[in-house]
Design a protein around this ligand. Structure first.
Ligand code: PEP
Ligand code: MN
Length: 298
């Protein structure tokens, strides 16, 4: 499996010199992201963590970075339960302008410090193209949120950076459009892209979004890129997160990204879907046999 890691001499926040790659032949619309016959699956390296390899990747953390104390406690909690990477938003794309918008750059720094304290690489969302370079100098992986999957200016900017990208599916985007968005990033020279299914909008309103489990095996036929699942934003409520996570693993996802908070009742963002420490423990225990049956380790 080709393992895509960052050349040690490169500075992550700096732009790469790679030239955009045009389609190789007419009709070859997605030359970089598409899976070709006989092609091996790509493993994306984020620090020491390999996404898409022999290990199933568990990424966990709060929706938002709220304070040094909260994010340190969250880091300790998720590490003790088996997470290998940490999440936490500092730039939050909130539906209401009056909701907590995140701590911005100080929040990124708190997340990075917490990740260092517990030896976990971190992923955080980038909202604006002009912030991408600065966030890339701090965080290990850059997240494109569902609301920005087709923010082409942002995708192009991330394509110039030497940092892996977690690209979430837009809530009204087809799987093909998700792969096309990945191609945008790759065409700029950055090939380290991980896709994420996080639920789409349907007529169903019993859940926050409808987790499109079929997207996992479908994407495996369309692209060589790793695919992880976010059951938290699909569920919207805590008690549905674990069953959706297990279904995602059974469907062949390469990992999960889940929201966990040391005190969910106090969370400033997405409190209803935040897992407790005990929930995460239960999730990991139930994941193990599923992942093992696929010849993978957790
Ligand atoms: C998030 O990960 O906190 C988030 C905002 O997710 P999404 O973009 O999938 O809604
Ligand atoms: Mn959230």
């Amino acid at each position: 499996m080709p393992v895509l890691e960052e050349p040690s001499s490169d500075k992550p926040g700096e732009k790469q010199n790679a030239k955009p790659v045009p389609a190789k032949k007419p009709g070859d619309a997605l030359p970089l992201a598409s899976l070709r016959e006989g092609q091996e699956r790509t493993v994306v390296k984020v620090g020491p963590v390999e996404i898409g390899g022999d290990r199933f990747t568990l990424i966990a953390g709060p929706c938002a970075v709220e304070s040094a104390e909260q994010i340190q406690k969250a880091a300790r909690l998720v590490k003790s339960r088996g997470a290998v990477m940490m999440r936490g938003g500092a730039f939050k794309p909130r539906t209401s302008p009056y909701s907590f918008q995140g701590l911005g750059f100080p929040g990124v720094d708190l997340l990075v410090e917490a990740g260092h304290s517990y030896e976990m690489p971190v992923v955080t969302e980038v909202l604006r193209p002009e912030d991408a370079g600065q966030i890339a100098q701090r965080a290990d992986m850059l997240q494109v949120g569902a609301r920005n999957m087709q923010n082409f200016a942002l995708l192009k900017e991330l394509g110039k950076l030497n940092r892996p990208v977690l690209l979430k599916r837009g809530m009204s985007a087809t799987v093909k459009e998700l792969v096309q968005a990945a191609e945008y990033i790759m065409a700029g020279g950055n090939h380290r892209v991980v896709l994420c299914e996080r639920g789409i909008r349907t007529f169903e309103n019993a859940t926050r979004a409808t987790l499109d489990i079929s997207a996992v095996p479908v994407l495996k036929t369309l692209t060589h890129l790793p695919i992880i699942v976010d059951p938290s934003h699909a569920a919207g409520v805590r008690h549905l997160v674990v069953p959706l996570a297990l279904a995602a693993a059974a469907a062949g996802a390469d990992g999960l990204i889940v929201e966990v908070h040391p005190r969910p009742e106090e969370a400033l963002c997405d409190k209803d879907q935040a897992l407790t420490s005990e929930d995460l423990e239960q999730l990991v225990a139930m994941l193990k046999p599923i992942v093992t049956s696929q010849g993978r380790q957790l």
